[in-house]
Design a protein. Structure first.
Lengths: 289, 217
């Protein structure tokens, strides 16, 4: 227990003993976390937008005239089993007549003397899938039913939205991974500079019989403390910025930036813990004989 | 206790030691004498396994240099105290923390550490200076602090590499006498020096090394 307390106190004291390198490491982590946090918030809000757009994706399926309504109901129920389908809404001839009247203000029965509108179904697509939604297989599956006469959908626009969304996810992931790697590299080099200045300490520890773990521990604790301080600063800036930014955005556009504060802090803490430990450990390991 | 069996080590750029056969007994006080570059430091490094022999082996108690793991070397060094010419004290820690460091490594309790450091400082005549930093001490005091740091963990042997190299003759004699006191308490001492006048006539074994080989043992 006393050994652990010693190592912990060494880690804390090292923060003060190496003020400049501590500042550099904390600042690197802070920058990474601000960038990573911003990406997460942008992603979360982009998800909201994509879900809204996907909510508008509709496939209209028109059934042949000679198919009895009981059979249509069975077929529509089977549509729900198709992968990528969120829900279906059956529109009977009577429903279609009402829709026609509400949209055109005329009763079709008065216009043509009978109801020519086909039985149809609106197929809604899943909206919370991170992967690209490919509507073509769904359309082909719907067309394969002999009861189906015609299938209408907004193929081109959906394809474009999905392509942009996938590009966005790829770019975001790439930026995040790059930023994390740059930070690990920066922290690793910062810690290495610290280690060069503490070469004498490491050598002395090796000479008096300290194990590698004992020598590494204060550096890793120091790294975790860098990460902890960086997380607090980055979280404060991001949350403060979001609260302040939302006040302005709400007053201007009547929308607000959505964010999950717990998830955000947890994610930033996780990233900083990861980069600090990897960065610190990598640097000391390279130095130890 | 320490056995070097047919030990050779050559550095990439030349120099080192060759075909060394010698033993140091428990409680022995021995001097390792030879000119600068003769291989004294290499021999000491081989004993505390900072270098591993390219030929032969070093055996210290139950530790054999043949295929020894890094963790075992760390454990071996807890039984070996070391003193260097340039002290190797940490400038950013006071005397108490410098001397307490080996005990933290071993895992002593805080109370034990306080008692043992006070005892060690008293033994080397530095009591009352525990709050001083190395740069506030004279060379002789720094070297006595190194003796305290080396002996505090109760090692089986203390290896001293030219410990008097930076000291004046009077302080050098005091240091040798201090190491004799430590030796009387049961710790073996192997002290390297190039100054024959300093060590002659003290009744201790002298091992002479020249050009990497033992000439007299």
């Amino acid at each position: 227990m006393d050994k652990f307390i010693f190592l912990l106190s060494e880690g804390i004291k090292n923060l003060w003993r190496n003020k400049l390198t501590s500042f550099s490491a904390i600042f690197s982590i802070f920058l990474t976390l601000v960038i990573a946090g911003s990406l997460v918030i942008i992603s979360q809000n982009t998800n909201k937008v994509i879900e809204y757009l996907r909510d508008k994706y509709k496939i209209e399926v028109f059934f042949k005239d000679n198919v009895p309504i009981q059979k249509v109901e069975v077929v529509v129920a089977s549509f729900n089993q198709i992968k990528g389908v969120r829900s279906t809404t059956l529109i009977t001839k009577n429903d279609a007549e009402k829709i026609f009247k509400s949209q055109f203000g005329e009763d079709i029965m008065n216009l043509v003397g009978y109801n020519p509108l086909p039985v149809s179904c609106v197929v809604n697509i899943v909206k919370d899938d991170i992967n690209k939604i490919n509507i073509i297989p769904i359309v082909n599956k719907l067309k394969s039913y002999v009861e189906v006469g015609e299938v209408n959908y907004q193929g081109r626009i959906i394809f474009q939205i999905e392509s942009y969304y996938q590009k966005f996810i790829r770019i975001m992931s790439l930026i995040l991974v790059t930023v994390i790697f740059i930070t690990i590299f920066t922290i690793s080099n910062t810690v290495r500079l610290t280690i060069y200045s503490r070469e004498k300490l490491i050598e002395s520890l090796q000479l008096i019989g300290a194990t590698r773990a004992f020598i590494k521990a204060p550096f890793i604790i120091e790294g975790i403390l860098h990460g902890f301080i960086g997380t607090i600063l980055a979280s404060a800036l991001l949350v403060g910025g979001l609260i302040f930014g939302n006040d302005i955005i709400i007053s201007l556009f009547s929308v607000k930036i959505e964010y999950d504060i717990k998830l955000l802090i947890l994610l930033l803490g996780g990233i900083s813990f990861f980069v600090s430990i990897i960065g610190g450990s990598r640097a000391v390991s390279k130095f130890l004989k | 206790m320490i056995h070097l069996n047919n030990v050779s080590y050559t550095y990439e750029k030349g120099g080192g030691v060759s075909n060394i056969n010698m033993s140091i007994a428990d409680d022995e006080y021995a001097f390792l004498i030879g000119p600068t570059g003769s291989g004294k430091t290499t021999l000491l490094r081989l004993i505390y396994m900072d270098l591993l022999p390219q030929v032969g082996n070093v055996v210290i108690d139950k530790y054999d240099s043949t295929n020894i793991k890094q963790k075992r070397i760390a454990l071996l060094r807890r039984k070996v105290g070391m003193i260097f010419q340039d002290y190797h004290l940490l400038d950013d820690r006071n005397l108490f923390n410098n001397i307490a460091l080996p005990l933290h490594v071993i895992g002593y309790d805080k109370e034990e550490i306080v008692d043992l450091v006070a005892e060690a400082l008293e033994e080397v005549g530095l009591d009352g200076k525990e709050d001083h930093f190395p740069n506030e001490l004279s060379g002789g005091e720094q070297q006595r602090a190194c003796v305290a740091r080396a002996m505090i963990k109760g090692p089986d042997i203390i290896l001293a590499d030219e410990p008097t190299g930076n000291l004046d003759p009077v302080t050098s004699f005091e240091l040798i006498k201090l190491l004799e006191e430590v030796n009387k308490e049961g710790t073996a001492i192997l002290m390297a020096s190039h100054n024959y006048n300093l060590i002659k006539g003290r009744g201790h074994r002298i091992i002479e090394i020249q050009d990497g080989t033992v000439r007299r043992s």
